[in-house]
Design a protein around this ligand. Structure first.
Ligand code: C5P
Length: 226
């Protein structure tokens, strides 16, 4: 049976993030640091997570010329983080230069951002269907030896079928149950559904960080993916 792991997304300021990591340190190993926390606090935010024994997924979605990405990954190696994201749209040469420069660091690829709807998708100039484009980029991720691909839960099942078991699949948009109407994650999966559909890592932010009791919320999620 697949072992699905929980990544808690720290979309918070440094003080709030530290409170969350401190309270979850005995339950959650992986934490996502995105561009907002990183722009404000940089390497300090990574050191804070490591201080409590956590592992960092640095979600900076790199998309640049191969040489710049290569040098960025060489610097990232020194940070002692677990994983970092790149855009598969950067192309095979860029992806390979990231993969080849990584030491222990895992490189995870984004396909098409789920915020891009069909109108935007066609305005950019893509000619495939959205599903086919995502599948194509995920296959590129697999062929270029990326360690993982970040996908929406709605893409999970067919990606797992297409990619087999060689590559990790990381899914955000996870909710325990339908939430309020103003929640921006409309098409979510529960942790259990994500596990059963083939997710290796689920990324959960607000259902934990904004919960009255973040420990209890994390425990409920962990119970579903046990
Ligand atoms: O708070 P919530 O659980 O929605 O956080 C999910 C995290 O995953 C956020 O950091 C968000 O930026 C990220 N994410 C997402 N949906 C995607 C891709 C990334 O929610 N399609």
């Amino acid at each position: 049976m697949r072992k699905t792991k929980l990544i808690t997304a720290l979309d918070l300021d440094l003080k709030q993030a530290e409170e969350i990591v401190y309270s979850l340190k005995n339950y959650v190993k992986y934490y996502k640091i995105g561009p907002v926390l990183f722009m404000q606090y940089g390497v300090k935010s990574i050191e804070m997570v490591k201080k409590y024994g956590g592992e960092v997924f640095l979600d900076l979605k790199l998309h640049d010329i191969p040489n710049t990405v290569k040098e960025a990954i060489e610097e990232a190696n020194k940070l002692g983080i677990y994983s970092i994201s790149v855009h598969t749209l950067g192309g095979p040469t860029m992806i390979k230069s990231a993969v080849n420069s990584a030491k222990k660091l895992k490189i995870w690829g984004v396909t098409i951002l789920t915020s891009i709807d069909l109108i935007e998708f066609h305005r950019i100039g893509f000619r495939y269907s959205l599903e086919k484009q995502v599948q194509h980029l995920a296959k590129l991720a697999n062929d270029t030896s990326l360690d993982g691909v970040i996908a929406s839960p709605r893409e999970l099942y067919y990606l797992r079928q297409t990619l087999g078991e060689n590559i990790k699949i990381i899914t955000p948009s996870i909710r325990l149950k339908p939430t309020s109407a103003d929640d921006d994650q409309k098409r979510f999966m529960t942790p259990r559904q994500a596990k059963e559909s083939g997710s290796d890592f689920i990324v959960v932010g607000r259902p934990i960080t904004k919960a009255q009791n973040p420990i209890k919320a994390a425990q409920e999620i962990l119970k579903e993916i046990e």
